[in-house]
Write a protein that binds this ligand. Sequence first.
Ligand code: HEC
Length: 209
Amino acid sequence: MSRFLKTLLIAGLLASPAAAGKLNLGRAALPAEVAAWNIDVRPDGQGLPAGSGSVIDGEELFTDQCAACHGDFGEAVGRWPALAGGHDTLAEERPVKTIGSYWPYLSTAYDYIFRAMPYGDAQSLTPDEVYQLVAYILYLNDAVDEDFILNKENFTSIALPNTGSFRLDDRDNTEYPAFSRGVCMTDCKPSVQITGRAIKDTASNTESE
Ligand code: HEC
């Protein structure tokens, strides 16, 4: 069928009385389906599930499920990403950006690990397991002691070392007004003087000024 006919057909369907107000396509998502999608965890702790996990338990789980790629101490194996270290490297030519050296919010670690890890078996971890892993990664980054237990309640009290180096994007209020001022198009400068040229003056391109 030509694209034109298809478009007409779809337009016709949409305009039909049956579709008025309601498309009669699909069905409303079930609460369990919405919950399965709604897994984001935010810097203020919104979205964190109930649960807790210790550094000690995290070490065992990390060794089993993560160390093959990320290294026993988060130092990375081969070219897989490092999860620890890199402190004081941010100003270097090749900064090592890890959860400890670079990330502004711990919530991203929780969100990301639950959402995407272990690589190839995403979303297989329970909330307690994710708390354990995040606690262990904090320990690897010298942010907590080995007897530390991370839970929903103390989560937002953990500050990562680099948090203060991030600024809110305020370009809406700063750059945008500066760049959207009216632009002068005529007689903007009293006199124009040429101060440099892309090519050296030669007889053929020298203009009389
Ligand atoms: C088979 C290898 C593999 C395993 C096992 C694995 N990861 Fe990963 N991990 C990756 C890869 C690859 C990335 C980068 C993915 C990307 O950038 O899209 C990554 C990224 C990450 C990141 C983000 C790093 C950053 O700075 O961007 C975290 C945190 C993480 N993994 C934690 C874990 C944890 C915790 C486990 C164990 C439950 C785990 N990973 C198991 C391969 C693995």
